[in-house]
Design a protein around this ligand. Structure first.
Ligand code: ATP
Ligand code: MG
Length: 554
């Protein structure tokens, strides 16, 4: 019991306390994306945290588009965000909201502040407002318009709404304290004039609320209790609290900040991903090299693996950066027992079994996953001519090489022992085919006389197979050198994408569908690319290789 209490994160502890004190009856969290780009792995953390808390405490979880800023928002982004949140398994039920639907209430809230003498219309220019604001070490000065009467403020604010003033000529400011040590509290602007068309409200409004004013109102309207955001908003919390207090909400929502998730040397921020997309460096927001949620899904990551990843990261108030290898660890762990292990040859070299009957085909049974019998088995066709990986044969092998070389015997996975008898070359001396003989008594992969072989290699029938393209990925940024060059350009890794055409996969992959994933034995986990695959021309993304240097922290 005690142990459980200790292991609860700081947000859970705050909620425990709030519920125990009767501050709220039930909790409500939300995920409030601005629809100005696709979501990324950092957002996944926020989504799963907010949704997870709502589940844990039997509360509610809302999806709310924070679309109060009329310039940048796009319908494409709204749709992609909904798809991503759904894919992660966070269920907003019937609570899909748009902050722009609250513009009337926000306007009323501003009027209420004016009536209370807590807000005023200010005619200073943006430049002047900045000058009057003071600095971290010096207090600001009151605006000369600060003492306008309530009547005058109400009149001017209404005329702002009615479109009588130019953009930037007037703003509404909260009247708080120009000497506050927190600059956010020095009479912050809460409404501005902007003659812009909004994607939802059209031309109805020519004044728009500022984020710090709008967000607490959105939370309060929806009955959000715990408004979880990232650390950069910590200094804004006093203003959040001021807004909910002055507007006298009966159950004021509470802002809680946690540290953003960063991946070391991986482009995570929306702005930077956008830049890669807009500069055409990647194939859209879902390019499998990115860590947008759409990209992770396309590459073959599962919601479960991302959930495991964010849980391992934990929730804290200290900024830190996590290694990409941890994300790879999670997907390997998730797929290890769930996916079939099949044979696929990425760099084919022909293997000819000289003593195998011409024209004969045997259907050999292969277990789908040696560690999980529940996945059953499949039949793979075996015949005289096969493909093996080019690197599984060497003319002059180094000392510890256990695979095929003249005179050596190895096991063909799920099939027979074969002994290399020779090889063919072209005029330049390149190996074009390898010859061997098989031992019919070793069917299934074991010798009745008990003799052992040191190497086992995989293979694919040369007649009955599936040809496919395989894409191998590396980090898009050169890890050694960091994300940026000195001139501010991105430090791209020229090897981030390798396209391997003409790979041979075993026949069972013929009917693979977009997003299906498999372990290709010895080569890694692969997923059918949903964008570029055609029915008779499959494209596979390597999700992750099999080897890892990652160790789970204690
Ligand atoms: P970015 O920093 O990538 O530009 P953003 O914060 O501008 O993203 P929003 O749409 O405003 O994106 O964010 C929606 C929610 O996701 C916010 O509550 C924000 O705090 C949270 N969030 C954004 N980035 C991260 C991150 N790296 N880790 C955890 N939460 C994040
Ligand atoms: Mg933002």
């Amino acid at each position: 019991m005690e142990k459980e209490v200790v292991s609860r994160n700081f947000i859970e502890q705050i909620i425990d306390k709030d519920l125990a004190e009767g501050k709220y009856e039930t909790i409500c969290t939300r995920f409030p994306p601005e629809p100005n780009g696709y979501l990324h792995i950092g957002h996944a953390k926020s989504i799963l945290l907010n949704y997870g808390l709502s589940q844990e405490f039997n509360g509610r979880f809302n999806l709310r588009f924070d679309d109060t800023n009329p310039t940048k928002e796009k319908i494409e982004f709204v749709e992609s965000i909904k798809a991503d949140v759904k894919w992660l398994g966070a269920d907003w039920e019937d609570r899909l909201f748009f902050a722009s639907n609250y513009f009337d209430q926000m306007y009323e809230a501003a009027v209420k502040l004016i009536k209370k003498g807590k807000a005023f219309v200010c005619d200073l220019t943006a430049e002047e407002i900045r000058e009057y604001r003071g600095t971290l070490t010096e207090p600001g000065k009151n605006s000369p318009y600060r003492d306008r009467s309530v009547e005058e403020n109400l009149d001017l604010f209404e005329r702002m709404k009615n479109g009588e003033f130019e953009d930037g000529s007037k703003v509404l400011r909260a009247k708080i304290d120009m000497a506050s040590p927190n600059i956010n509290m020095r009479d912050p602007v809460i409404y501005r004039v902007a003659h812009m068309t909004h994607h939802n409200t059209g031309d109805k409004w020519c004044i728009y609320p500022m984020y710090d004013f709008a967000h607490p109102i959105e939370d309060a309207i929806e009955g959000v209790t715990h408004s979880i955001c990232t650390l950069e908003f910590e200094d804004h919390r006093p203003l959040y609290d001021w807004v909910v207090k002055e507007l006298e909400y009966p159950f004021p929502p509470k802002q809680i900040e946690f540290a953003k998730l960063y991946l070391t040397n991986v482009v995570t921020g929306k702005r930077y991903i956008k830049r890669l997309v807009e500069e055409g460096i990647v194939d859209g927001w879902d390019d499998p090299r990115l860590v947008s949620i759409a990209a992770l899904r396309r590459r073959g990551f599962t919601p479960e693996s991302i959930k495991m990843f964010v849980e391992l990261c934990g929730v804290s108030k200290a900024n830190s950066s996590v290694d990409y290898a941890m994300l790879e660890y999670c997907i390997r762990e998730d797929l290890k027992l769930k996916r079939s292990r099949v044979m696929a040859v990425l760099d084919p070299l022909k293997l000819i079994i000289d003593n195998y009957p011409e024209g004969q085909v045997e259907e050999l049974e292969a277990p789908n996953n040696m560690e999980n019998e529940e996945l059953g088995s499949r039949m793979v066709p075996f015949s005289k001519e096969l493909y093996i990986e080019r690197e599984d044969f060497m003319v002059e092998p180094p000392k510890k090489y256990k695979r095929l070389y003249p005179g050596n015997e190895v096991r063909l996975m799920n099939a027979y022992f074969v002994t290399c008898t020779g090889y063919d070359t072209d005029e330049e001396g390149n190996v074009t085919a390898v010859h061997c003989t098989y031992d019919p008594a070793t069917k299934g992969g074991n010798a009745p006389d008990g003799r052992k072989v040191k190497g086992t290699i995989h293979w694919v029938s040369a007649q009955d197979n599936v040809k496919a393209e395989v894409r191998l990925y590396e980090n898009i940024i050169d890890e050694e050198k960091g994300v940026y060059n000195e001139d501010g350009s991105l430090n791209l890794n020229p090897n981030s994408l390798t396209i391997v055409k003409d790979c041979y996969l075993e026949r069972s992959l013929k009917d693979a569908k977009p997003y299906d994933s498999f372990q290709f034995v010895r080569n890694g986990f692969f997923c059918v690319d949903a964008k570029d695959s055609k029915e008779d021309a499959l494209v596979f993304n390597r999700i992750v290789s099999l080897k890892s240097s990652f160790k789970l922290p204690k």
